[in-house]
Design a protein around this ligand. Sequence first.
Ligand code: GLC
Length: 573
Amino acid sequence: MWLSRLFALLFLAAVAVEGQVKWWESATLYQVYPRSLKDTNGDGVGDIRGIIQVIPHLVEAGIDTVWLSPIYKSPMKDFGYDISDFYSVDPIFGTWDDFLALVRFLRDAGLRLVMDMVPNHTSDEHDWFLRSVNREDPFTDYYIWKDSLGVDANGTQIPPNNWLSAFAGSAWQWNEQRQQFYLHQFTAGQPDLDYRNPLVLQEMKNVLRFWLDNGVDGFRIDAPPHIIEHADFADEPPTNDPECPEQQFCQLQHIYTMNQPETLDVLREFRKTIDEYQIETGRVIVLMSEPSNLHNFTMSYYGTEADPIMDFPFNFNFIYDLPAETLAIDIQNAIEKWILDMPAGKTPNWVTGNHDQKRTRARQGAEFAIALNMINLLLPGVSVTYYGEEINMDNTFITWEQTQDPQGCNAGPDNYFLYSRDPERTPFQWNDQLNAGFTSGVSTWLPVNENYLELNLEAQRAEVRSEFKIYQALTEARKTAPAIILGNLNYVIVEEYVFAFTREITGAADNYLVVINSGYADARVNIRAALPQLPEIGFAYVTSLDSLITANDPVVLSDCQIVARGGLVILWK
Ligand code: GLC
């Protein structure tokens, strides 16, 4: 017997009691990797004016909130995640006036702006670090400095412990001038701030307020698991993982460098600043974060109703928990692992890709990537799209010589492709012109995917059926359909490879049924047997590109065909 499960939207019930739904609870978030969206000055790197120029695309795609990866001043050792001035924009992206114009134009277009906030570290070119090297107070203890354990036979300074950088090699860098090591959990150009120093926390709170004063609607907190380290600085135990290359992060169990309980206190302090700001201004601000690698710790980032922390940490279950041979139960588990484990009264969110992960299409294939957009955009809560996913962009092959990402470079020529994040960061494919219309210049910072002649926005806008048209229909439903905005979620495993869910609400003109076939063979199923509330006939809303069923076609729900790796979205009453 099928067991269909109902997830009543407790968060909406809770909100109804308070009497207001916050804008971000149903946001359709779009991550812009600013180097790669659109270049207007011909230097081959995307810029703020580029983002302004393509606002019509963002509106047409139907997204409502932009999350911008860092645009702050930076030597770009980690492409903006190494910030040398939290209060200014890097010239490669434009000027301060460009930024203000971006805020204004987005707002005029009805879009909101969320900034990336990187609290764990600064650039080694940040003024605080330069002064810390000089032991200038109050900056002396802004970073994690430790003495050397002595000198080895080669005359090399011995680091305080065995900690490794997430980008490979020792997490300690010797500083000649200060005659001490500093900790860096990412590149050596990203020294770790010391959050046991209250002045550091205060600096970051000031940064949050500055950007809020300048019109941003919220923040995505970067790398929270790394914010605080254990105070004893003991060696971390080895994983003894035979698959893990030497010097890579996977060599150690990160029990002292990641997920320390005090992390939550720091995040709570950020929450406090946001709450104070909301009370002072009456504005509603969103605070979201990267997840932890540990599921339970990720859930604790939410806090509770009485002690809220993040509005939500990102949910990477669709990235990590769906094997290439996906079963219906894998999809159900990925969904349940979030909505059942999430603290009461909180809002779920769904992410299929980002700037650190292979593109969805590269992980799951072109067809299933589209089906995943249907799931991602029609489940309750916040939906997150990585730029390019609306046209189903693919990973791009990058040679060792072309490699830019420090994680790829550190892995060396034999292993770079296992670690490099360049393949998912290539320029957006606007059209079939030179460089896919990304730049007026002759070259681009990362190569454009060769498939751009066929795979580009302009082509997909011209097609009657395309990935972009599907994406638009899905975001349209998010904006206009009460069953998607407020409806309950019912889900069921119909067959080994067929997963289905409904979004329904009493009195709606249309309820929704989403049927996903994760198998590699076409399927024919009786969905009414699994979800008896369904009528005999529904009408197709959007369907996979190779489906014979197209929009508005009647669909017999007791005998329904879904193409391999495809999806159907059906309207029913
Ligand atoms: C986060 C970012 C990643 C960056 C790292 C260091 O994981 O998503 O791109 O390299 O933090 O800031």
